[in-house]
Ligand binder design. Structure first.
Ligand SMILES: *Cc1c(COP(=O)(O)O)cnc(C)c1O
Length: 384
């Protein structure tokens, strides 16, 4: 096996990030201060929401959003079977019940809105959607179903920072940003995400009560922050909720601001590379490229192709590995992990079909068109 030449993802860091970190060190305030506040304000502006609350990671964002939505013991929360495991783990941690919904199909591996109607019971409390690969779910239908049944809608927008919904719909205005549509939107800034700061996350919401609760729970349920006390704005505090420490530090807050400023151009660049992949692979017999007819403005987080069968996938992944090209797969069917063995998991045929065939290909702003052509050629050769 050769040394890895083309990785799955890579960060876009340069002198701006270095300068941001040095600025924080020179200012001598390390956590939850002016950088984090500015990052939150700039992020809220980008999304067009009232509140953006920075937290330690995407999982913390989901946790606080679930608590603020009121998910508790015995509540059923409908969620896609194709997802990173964080949402489902947290559902169980809150003693709620994850109810796994099937995805639409290989061309659209996001939650099938029709599944919500199939799975709804008197105990259903909420729905979690995940905008797979940076492409928004069918939000017009989903928001309508949630409204009709009074379900709390949480968006796992970890793949979709900067993505825009361009279908006009009654409950989803044209141009709505991913994460700004449901009761709360959750983001991750993990090292391989489109906006990467190492570890970090954000909860976005227009709901004042959700925002208040998330802010309190982020830091022990305390009514004032040490930054406020440092500036003499508060001398004491009360603890009004049993909270956590999910704070973000100033170093990563400053990195977030630099990465946010680069986001639009980087997402556009990712889109160009996705287009190059599509042109190279579109006519490959038996293979599916998800979201070919997607109408919105994706964040292009992942480049995924779906092989005709599991053995074709293995053959192609092996061929790519021999050429030093890293691949991954997003994701195994969550319902089939051991930790969910006692959960209801019928009717997930399309999720399992997808999980057995999907391949994630390299995608990051500094990938080049010749590299995409090389990857396409290896896939085409192995698929013959
Ligand atoms: C990355 C990711 C998460 C978790 O975010 P962390 O910052 O790693 O906690 C959750 N859901 C999805 C879809 C993700 O991609």
């Amino acid at each position: 096996m050769s040394e890895r030449r083309i990785p799955l993802s890579d960060i876009d860091y340069g002198p701006e990030e270095n300068a941001a970190v040095l600025r924080v060190l020179a200012n001598r305030w390390l956590t939850m201060g002016p950088e984090v506040q500015a990052f939150e304000a700039e992020f809220a502006t980008m999304l067009g929401v009232k509140h953006a609350i920075a937290v330690a990671n995407g999982t913390a964002a989901l946790h606080l959003a679930f608590v603020a939505a009121g998910f508790g013991p015995g509540d059923e929360v409908i969620q896609p079977a194709i997802n990173f495991v964080a949402s489902s783990n947290l559902t169980v941690a809150l003693e709620s019940v994850p109810v796994f919904a099937d995805v639409t199909g290989p061309g659209d591996p996001t939650l099938d809105p029709g599944e919500i109607e199939r799975l709804i019971t008197p105990r259903t409390r909420g729905v979690v959607v995940m905008h797979y690969g940076g492409y928004l779910c069918r939000m017009a239908e989903i928001t309508e179903i949630c409204r009709r049944h009074n379900l709390k809608l949480i968006e796992d927008a970890c793949h979709a920072v900067g993505a825009r919904y361009l279908d006009a719909a009654e409950r989803v205005p044209h141009g709505s940003m991913a994460g700004a549509i449901g009761l709360a939107g959750c983001f991750s800034f993990f090292g391989n995400k489109n906006l990467a700061i190492g570890e970090g996350g954000m909860v976005a919401t227009d709901d004042d009560q959700v925002a208040e609760k998330v802010r309190l729970l982020r830091s022990h349920g305390m009514t004032s922050m040490s930054w406020d006390r440092h500036r003499g704005h508060a001398s004491s505090y009360d603890v009004v909720l049993n909270g956590y420490n999910y704070r973000l530090d100033e170093i990563r807050g400053s990195l977030g601001r630099v990465q946010l400023a680069k986001l639009e151009a980087n997402n556009r660049r990712r889109g160009e590379l996705v287009q190059a992949y599509r042109e190279g692979l579109e006519d490959l017999h038996g293979w599916t490229i998800p979201f070919l007819d997607y109408e919105g403005d994706s964040a292009y987080h992942l480049m995924v192709v779906v092989a005709p069968d599991p053995s074709a996938r293995k053959k192609t992944v092996d061929a790519l590995r021999l050429e030093g090209i890293q691949t991954s797969m997003h994701y195994p069917c969550v319902a089939d992990f051991t930790a969910f063995a006692t959960t209801r998991r019928d009717g997930l045929t399309r999720s399992r079909h997808f999980a057995e065939r999907a391949i994630t290909l390299p995608l990051y702003p500094k990938l080049t068109e010749p590299e995409v052509e090389e990857i396409v050629a290896v896939i085409r050769n192995s698929a013959d």
